[in-house]
Design a protein. Sequence first.
Lengths: 363, 109
Amino acid sequence: MKQVELAVVGAGPAGLSAAVTAARLGCEVALIDDNDRLGGQLIKQTHKFFGEKSHYCGTRGMDIAGILLEQLKETNVRVMSGTSVVGLFAGNVLGLADATSFQKLAAKSLIIATGAAENNLAFPGNDLPGVYGAGAVQTLANVFGIRPGNDALMVGSGNIGIIVSYQLLQAGVRVKAVVEALPRVGGYHVHAAKLVRLGVPILTSHTVLEALGDEYVTGARIAKVDASFKPIKGTTRTLAVDTICLAVGLTPLSELLWQAGCRMVYVPELGGHVAWHDENMRTSVPGVYIAGDVSGVEEASTAMLEGRVAGAHAAVQVLGPSPEARQVITESQAELCAIRKGPFGDKAACGKARLAECAPARA
Amino acid sequence: MRSSTAPDPRIANHPILRFERGTPVEFYFEGRKLVGLSGETVAAALIANSVKVFRHTEKLHRPRGFFCAVGKCSSCLMVVDGRPNTMVCMEPLRPGMKVERQEGTGRLP
């Protein structure tokens, strides 16, 4: 069986940062991703990031992917793209499958950075073609240059919902409305304001009741909801749309962590079940680290910092302590702390605090 | 299928993106010749040809299509070159590929 010092699963912002950090510290790293193209969801993000200069503020997500991939090129990380990790077995052995073969890879340390997948929402017709994840539509429009349809309804006004609505307009799709069940817009005001200026109604206290159509979406019924999210009679109306985009949250992709026997904790603020982890991104299973959305749905900026912490700490575990690793860890932890004290960081901070209360007895 | 008056799903002009389009790739959907571009996934090429229904479910025969685009939700399973349960949102388009709607769970070749 092939062996490696550190295997990183997932080459999005967290996994790329982890692999580069560990490799720079002298660790032998294999980076595995099921896509042919690395970068995870950064490659479709045409919006500019907020925050500090050190967190790529003002840079578009797709350009951040380019920067991380340049950094990767300068290392000797072994890249295994187009390869799915289909199992995590005892002794930190990964099962790897590509188009034609299956092989096993044993790793001294593992960093699971598999990200998260978009949630569906329960309503009649939610399985019809034309009901798509908002992020999936963002991939179609921004990576492949293909419109999913001509007229869209966006469900959810968090950052993904309003940013993708704006990007759909840029792609030439008419966005008929954004519906938001809560009485207020969830995402950044500047993004929402751009949509409103372009004439897209953001309907707060509204929800989608039903997707219409036999073979694919031909319309959507929406209604106003009361304080307990029940539709209000007499407020129902039908929108002629061929696309309904769901931006109703993400769930961590934790399958490998369940299989590894990690202690799993349900934390709604983090998107569902997440593997318990400490401030060094260690799970309850020795040698298994996590980073990014799989450790709690947050942002690409925090995913990159978590990746650096995990990468440096995993390198220490393999190679022994070094002042360089210590510096990466303390600096990145301090930056994470600062971001989570910011205006949109309290949800994640609260979730991570709740997780800390669930530490296994031996930790 | 797209009528001749409906707009082309491929974006011609974008305010901030310049798409590096691949070269034309011929493939077959339900026996009919369609053209996608190299670098596209099968799902992207189908949507560019205005094909939305990728399969029908086992019990209720409900139509299903694209959903997550990250190879996780299993909504887009199709029969590709005879191989059922292929996630076409992850499957790169290749010349001459035979893509068929999957009925139910599909049959192993």
